[in-house]
Design a protein around this ligand. Structure first.
Ligand SMILES: Nc1ncnc2c1ncn2[C@@H]1O[C@H](COP(=O)(O)OP(=O)(O)OP(=O)(O)O)[C@@H](O)[C@H]1O
Ligand SMILES: O=C(O)[C@@H](O)C(=O)CO
Length: 423
């Protein structure tokens, strides 16, 4: 590995990590993305290094342990600044894991405070006076209210972080952001001096994020969605490489997947995926996995596999997404079992010669990529905003292509577009 990387990122789920990596690559930066904490250091010349965890919904103790291992690995690899990436919809429960992990990272780095910046205006996520909005609707009134794993029933980020961390939260209000980076930095110092350990950053536009990126670039640790990380990296690279602007950099071309069949797997329970599944089912052959789960996981996986094998033509979709227009939405199944079923199905399909997988849902993507055994991903072109194609090697040396979609990302034609991109 080279001596320094401008930014080291710890992402709490896999789709969030590809969203982040794709955004950095879109800006012209080079990115190394590792699935899980690598066992040893790996040589790379990347501007940013991303470690993708599956820590969003696990026990806080385990999430802290994994995140600290990632932080230590990134620092040993030469990352100058760290960024904790979580969902722009602040997906978490009353006990974590954003607060416990951020508390632990602050202790590890010996810093007194950090920022919270989930704003992602490109996807309609904005923060005003500390309240998180999704397309203008307070988070707790958005579809996230009924998320099966992380139901979000509070919109004030100070309250949310207060419930899952030690310490006090303050806000840098939008008016201060509009005054520019110096004003934001002054406000950060004032908040820290008054004992705040978390400072929520208002932002409603990409211009606001650019201001925040300038203000936060010197901080050892920042936290938030992909947008602030991208702005921080822009700043760090502009400073390091001046006069060459980050915009003029070129991401390396990535190799495609080996020849093989393609399948779409939808385990996401988000409203956007439900609409995308409903649209795709009009033209694709589809199998309702949640319904099959009534017979138990092994039988469901066997049935899904037999169905896929019997299909003479593509496109193919296996889905468990509730309210996707099928009767399965009424079936009461265990989330972890559904995830495991998607993983087992993906492993069997890989064995059958499938080489391209489009997956909807962060947890589902984590389970599928774990099952494929891919430990690092090269980021390719974005299919739709926040959803790049990615390519990696399996343990047996096969090159697979994946498109991993965060639940609420993508347009209605997402599945067809993603399969087209990795064909
Ligand atoms: N019909 C279903 N009933 C119960 N659980 C399900 C069903 N379908 C999927 N699940 C589970 O719900 C969880 C969905 O989480 P996942 O992260 O994959 O999607 P998401 O939450 O919609 O997307 P994201 O986290 O990217 O916003 C997974 O654990 C999945 O296995
Ligand atoms: O829906 C979102 O905002 C998130 O899933 C996200 O930030 C993905 O990176």
């Amino acid at each position: 590995m080279r001596a320094t990387h401008a930014l080291g990122c710890i992402a709490d789920d896999l789709t969030g990590s590809v969203d982040l990596a794709g955004r950095l690559v879109r800006d012209g930066a080079t990115v190394a993305l590792h699935v899980g904490v690598p066992d040893r250091s790996t040589a790379t010349d990347a501007d940013a290094v991303v470690v993708a965890l599956k820590s969003r919904s696990i026990a806080p103790k385990e999430a802290i342990e994994q995140s600290l291992r990632a932080a230590r690995w990134l620092r040993a690899a030469g990352c100058e600044r760290l960024y904790l990436k979580y969902a722009a919809t602040f997906d978490s429960t009353a006990r974590g894991n954003i607060g416990p992990v951020a508390d632990a990272l602050m202790r590890e780095l010996g810093v007194a405070y950090t920022v919270l910046a989930p704003s992602l205006p490109e996807h309609g996520r904005t923060v005003v006076h500390g309240t998180l909005f999704v397309h203008g609707v307070p988070l707790a009134e958005s579809a996230m209210r009924n998320h099966p794993i992380n139901p979000m029933r509070e919109s004030d980020l100070r309250t949310l972080i207060g419930r899952q961390s030690r310490g006090r939260a303050a806000v840098v209000p939008i008016d201060t952001v509009h005054e520019g980076p110096d004003a934001v930095q002054r406000e950060l110092e004032v908040s820290a001096a008054s004992g705040a350990t978390y400072v929520v950053l208002d932002a409603v536009s990409d211009d606001d994020l650019a201001v925040l990126g300038q203000a936060c670039a010197p901080l050892p640790l920042s936290t938030g969605a992909s947008a602030l990380a991208a702005e921080i990296l822009r700043q760090l690279l502009a400073v390091r490489d001046n006069p060459e602007a980050p915009d003029s950099r070129r991401a390396p071309a990535v190799e495609c997947a080996d020849p093989g069949r393609a399948v779409a797997l939808a385990g996401s329970c988000s409203a956007a995926t439900a609409a995308q599944v409903a649209v795709f089912r009009q033209s694709a052959r589809s199998f309702p996995l949640a319904l099959a789960m009534k017979a138990g996981r092994p039988a469901a996986v066997a049935e899904a596999l037999a169905w896929v094998r019997s299909q003479p033509a593509e496109p193919l979709l296996v889905y468990s997404t509730p309210q996707a227009g099928g009767e399965h939405s009424t079936v009461n199944v265990d989330s972890a079992e559904v995830e495991a079923a998607f993983g087992e199905l993906a492993a069997a399909l890989l064995h059958d010669g499938f080489s391209r997988f489009v997956v909807a849902g962060g947890e589902t993507s984590g389970a599928v990529v774990q099952a494929l055994g891919t430990r690092a991903l090269d980021i390719g072109a974005e299919v739709q905003p926040g959803v790049p194609a990615a390519f990696g090697l399996t343990p047996t040396g096969r090159r697979v292509g994946v498109v991993l979609k965060s639940g609420n990302f993508g347009y209605e034609n997402f599945f067809a577009a993603a399969l087209e991109e990795i064909s």
